[in-house]
Design a protein around this ligand. Structure first.
Ligand SMILES: CC(C)(COP(=O)(O)OP(=O)(O)OC[C@H]1O[C@@H](n2cnc3c(N)ncnc32)[C@H](O)[C@@H]1OP(=O)(O)O)[C@@H](O)C(=O)NCCC(=O)NCCS
Length: 265
């Protein structure tokens, strides 16, 4: 079984979307809206930052992908460091798991980032970070631990680290650890991210519907973390979060998530 790893371009962007779209979801209208949001985000990243996704192919069929951005180009992480790569997610189609495709994607990224790289303006990257947050339908942190990432005491949304070169004793990340913070406000604000078609639309639309059922006429606002990061930075929001009457509720397993929203409305 030959696996080919290719960079995302304008031509194959739909393959990156296809990898993590199952038949069950393909025709769900909210999911389709999310696909459009993620597609536009990927293309904008490609045009402004560079290639930020690798796709694994078996006989021209896209079967896996890894998505990433230099940390300093993620607008809601404010950092002075210019040598850190943030991994948004890795995904391999269910039927192709356990055949080393995830490892091949990660190894290709490590090999590329160890060399002077256009994503880092011809400098090298020193460190990969990714979220340590286990959340509903997001089962990747344990995989990164298996692949040599280690848990740090940094912000949980960059709480797993993989050093490409030896860490210097004084070397640190400069992202605040505490957050998201409580604020004084009424209503619901959903901070969402375009990096995933589910979180870009189905998630936000489900929250809207739920809020309307529990407490009709509650004001609900959606904030795209990539296009309106200012308010996210003020609140130290570093992942998709729902604020209900000023209380931040991060994504978690469905039962406590919906119960917590209800309790705070
Ligand atoms: C994690 C994932 C990318 C691994 O891909 P893969 O191609 O199966 O990985 P590999 O073949 O390189 O590695 C397989 C090994 O990883 C282990 N593994 C797979 N998923 C794991 C997980 N979530 N946690 C811990 N270990 C995991 C397997 O048990 C296997 O271990 P072994 O080598 O000791 O037998 C794949 O399982 C996946 O896509 N899972 C869903 C990830 C997800 O939720 N992404 C975010 C949502 S968009």
């Amino acid at each position: 079984m030959d696996v080919e790893i290719c960079d995302l371009t304008e031509i194959n962007v739909d393959d990156a979307l296809a990898v993590c779209t199952s038949d069950k979801w393909r025709d769900v209208p909210s999911y389709r809206r999310g696909l459009k949001v993620r597609r536009e985000w990927l293309l904008r990243l490609y045009r402004t930052v560079g290639t930020c996704c690798k796709i694994a192919y078996i006989e021209n069929d896209p079967v896996g992908m890894i998505q990433y951005t230099p940390l300093h180009r993620v607008p809601y992480f404010r950092t002075k460091r210019k040598d850190v790569l943030y991994i948004h997610c890795i995904f391999v189609k269910r039927d192709y798991r356990g055949r080393g495709i995830g490892s091949k994607l990660l190894d290709a990224l490590i090999d590329e980032m160890k060399k002077p790289n256009p994503l880092f303006e011809a400098n090298t990257c020193r460190l990969f970070v990714t979220t340590a947050r286990e959340r509903f339908a997001f089962k990747q942190p344990s995989y990164f631990l298996l692949k040599g990432f280690t848990k740090t005491d940094d912000n949980v949304d960059i709480g797993l680290a993989y050093w490409l070169f030896e860490k210097k004793p004084e070397e640190r990340l400069d992202i605040p650890v505490s957050g998201p913070i409580q604020v004084a406000e009424k209503g619901v604000r959903i901070f969402y991210s375009p990096f995933c078609q589910y979180y870009a639309s189905t998630w936000t639309e489900n929250i809207r519907k739920f809020v309307e059922e529990v407490k009709p006429h509650t004001k609900v606002e959606q904030v795209n973390l990539w296009t309106r990061p200012k308010e996210a930075i003020r609140r130290v929001v570093t992942c998709p979060v729902t604020y209900v009457n000023g209380t931040p509720i991060p994504p978690m397993d469905p039962d406590p998530f919906w119960e917590t929203i209800k309790a705070k409305l």
